[in-house]
Write a protein that binds this ligand. Structure first.
Ligand code: ARG
Length: 469
C-alpha cells in the first residue's frame, strides 16, 4: 500500500514506479533525512502537537531505523519511491501506526529541501578540508623552491623567468578564492526550509526556529513558497565546484606538460602514474589527465541543473528530483580529484637544474634589456625596438643576449655599457621584479607567509564548522 494511496483506485504501473522513484540515488541522504525527522518529531512533542510519549517513541524508532540502515539490515524498496517514504515505512514497521504521525505538519517538499541543505553543508566542510590540504601541499613545494627559477610563459612561449614558488603560489591564490566562495555560500546553505510544508506553511502551531536551531541552521527561509522551490544554493555549489575543477584542470595540464620529456621540469611519483600495455618504456600521467577530463562532467551537471530550473513555475515540481544525481556525482568527482592532486603535488620531484637551464637559454631577459635602456633615458617604445633588433641579431648569431660582445651591444645603442651582463643574469632579472606581488625573493617570501596565515585562519573556520558551530 502506497503512503499516498487513498485517492487511487488502481495500482501504479510497474514502469511508472521505476521511472518515478528516486530511492536508487537519494538513499545517499538517509542520515540527513533521519536527522531532520528527529528534530521535527522533537519539536512536535515540545509544541504539544504530539504527546511527549509519542514524540519519544518516534525518536527512538528513528534511532533504531538508522542503526538498521547503517548495518545493512534494513532494505529500501522501489515501490516506496524515495528516501522519505522508505524511512517512514521502516519506522512504521518498527513502532506501528504511530509512525504515521511523524509526517504531521510536514511535506516531502520541505523535507527534501532540508535534507539537501544538510547534505551540502556537510560536503562543503569536507571540500574546504580537501582544498586546504591541497594548498598545504602546494605551499610545501613552494617553500622548498623559493630559489628555483624557471621560465614563466605567455602563449606557452618563454616570457620572463620566475621563481617556481611564485608559480605555485598562483594556484594557492586560486584555491584560496574557491575556499572564500564556499565559506561565503555557507550562509545561504545554512538556511532552514523546514516548516514550509508543501507550499503555504502549516495549520499546526509549529516552531520553525526550534527545528532550525536543533539542526544547527543560522536562519530560516522567510517565505514558504521560496523555501520549497529554491535550488539556488545547489546551482551555487555546482558553479563553485566547476571553478575548482577549472583550477585543478589547469594545474593538471601543467603537470602533464612539465612531466613530458620535452619539458622535464618535474618527475611524477611512480605510485601516481601508470604504464602502457604495449610500450614498455611508457609512464603515463593518467591521474592529471583524468582530472582534466572529469572537469567536463562537472560543468555538465551545472548546465543540467540551470536548464532544469529555468522555466519551472512555483513551487515544487517533480523536475526538481533531477537536482540530486548531478550534485552527488560532483561531490564524488571533486573529492577524488582534490585528494589525488594533493598527493601528486606532494610527491612530485622538481628538476630545478632543467628549469634553470631553460630560464637561461632563451630570451626571457629581453624585457630587462629594454628596462635597462629606459633607465638610461630612452622612451620604452624605442628601447623595445632596439632590444627587438638585438634579439634578432643574437638569434642569427646563434647566441643568447649575454653572449653578445660589448661591441655588438654598442653598435645597437651607445647607451649599453658593460654592466648590462650583470643586469641580464637570470638571478638579477628575477630579483629585479620587486613590485608588490612580483617574483623577487622578498615578495615571494611575503606572499608565502601571508598564504600560510590565511590557511591557518581557514583551518579555524573549518574546525568551528566541523564541531557543529
Ligand atoms: N523524491 C522527491 C525529490 O527528490 C522528494 C519530494 C517529492 N515531493 C512530491 N511532492 N512528490 O524531489
Amino acid at each position: 500500500m502506497k503512503l499516498w494511496g487513498g485517492r487511487f483506485s488502481k495500482p501504479t504501473d510497474r514502469w511508472v514506479e521505476e521511472f518515478n522513484a528516486s530511492i536508487p540515488f537519494d538513499k545517499e541522504l538517509f542520515e540527513e533525512d533521519i536527522q531532520g525527522s528527529i528534530a521535527h518529531a522533537d519539536m512536535l512533542g515540545k509544541c504539544g502537537i504530539l504527546t511527549p510519549e509519542e514524540a519519544e517513541t518516534i525518536i527512538s524508532g528513528l534511532h533504531t531505523v538508522r542503526e538498521k540502515i547503517r548495518s545493512g539490515v534494513a532494505k529500501f524498496r522501489i515501490e516506496h519511491e524515495d528516501i522519505h517514504m522508505n524511512i517512514e515505512k521502516l519506522l512504521t514497521e518498527e513502532i506501528g501506526p504511530l509512525g504515521g504521525k511523524l509526517h504531521t505538519a510536514r511535506s516531502r517538499n520541505d523535507q527534501v529541501a532540508v535534507d539537501m541543505h544538510l547534505y551540502v553543508r556537510k560536503v562543503t566542510v569536507e571540500i574546504v578540508r580537501l582544498l586546504l590540504d591541497l594548498q598545504d601541499a602546494l605551499l610545501e613545494q613552494a617553500e622548498a623552491h623559493v630559489d628555483t627559477v624557471l621560465p614563466g610563459y605567455t602563449h606557452l612561449q618563454r616570457a620572463q623567468p620566475v621563481r617556481f614558488a611564485h608559480h605555485l603560489l598562483a594556484y594557492v591564490s586560486m584555491f584560496e578564492r574557491d575556499i572564500e566562495r564556499l565559506t561565503d555560500s555557507w550562509k545561504r546553505v545554512n538556511t532552514c526550509p523546514l516548516g514550509a510544508g508543501a507550499i503555504a506553511g502549516t495549520t499546526f502551531p509549529i516552531d520553525r526556529r526550534m527545528t532550525a536551531r536543533a539542526l544547527g541552521f543560522e536562519r530560516i527561509y522567510d517565505n514558504s513558497m521560496d523555501a520549497v522551490s529554491d535550488r539556488d544554493y545547489l546551482v551555487e555549489f555546482l558553479s563553485i565546484a566547476s571553478l575548482v575543477m577549472v583550477h585543478l584542470s589547469r594545474l593538471s595540464e601543467e603537470l602533464i606538460l612539465w612531466s613530458a620529456e620535452e619539458f622535464g621540469y618535474v618527475t611524477l611519483d611512480d605510485a601516481y602514474c601508470t604504464g602502457s600495455s604495449m610500450m614498455p618504456q611508457k609512464k603515463n600521467p593518467d591521474i592529471p589527465e583524468l582530472v582534466r577530463g572529469k572537469t567536463g562532467r562537472v560543468f555538465g551537471h551545472l548546465t543540467a541543473l540551470l536548464t532544469t530550473l529555468k522555466a519551472l513555475p512555483l513551487t515544487y515540481n517533480k523536475d526538481m528530483q533531477e537536482d540530486k544525481e548531478g550534485v552527488f556525482d560532483t561531490v564524488r568527482t571533486l573529492t577524488g580529484c582534490l585528494s589525488l592532486t594533493a598527493s601528486l603535488v606532494r610527491t612530485m620531484k622538481v628538476n630545478a637544474d632543467v628549469m634553470r637551464k631553460n630560464a637561461e637559454s632563451g630570451f626571457a631577459n629581453a624585457t630587462d634589456l629594454a628596462d635597462y635602456l629606459v633607465r638610461r633615458g630612452l622612451p620604452f617604445r624605442q628601447a623595445h625596438e632596439i632590444t627587438g633588433k638585438l634579439v634578432l641579431h643574437a638569434i642569427r648569431q646563434g647566441k643568447v643576449l649575454t653572449e653578445l660582445t660589448p661591441g655588438e651591444f654598442r653598435e645597437h645603442s651607445p647607451l649599453i655599457g658593460e654592466d648590462v651582463y650583470d643586469a641580464l643574469s637570470v638571478d638579477k632579472v628575477v630579483e629585479a621584479r620587486d613590485s608588490e606581488g612580483g617574483t623577487s625573493r622578498k615578495q615571494v617570501l611575503a606572499t608565502l607567509a601571508a598564504k600560510r596565515e590565511q590557511l591557518e585562519k581557514n583551518r579555524e573556520w573549518l574546525a568551528m564548522r566541523a564541531s557543529g558551530a
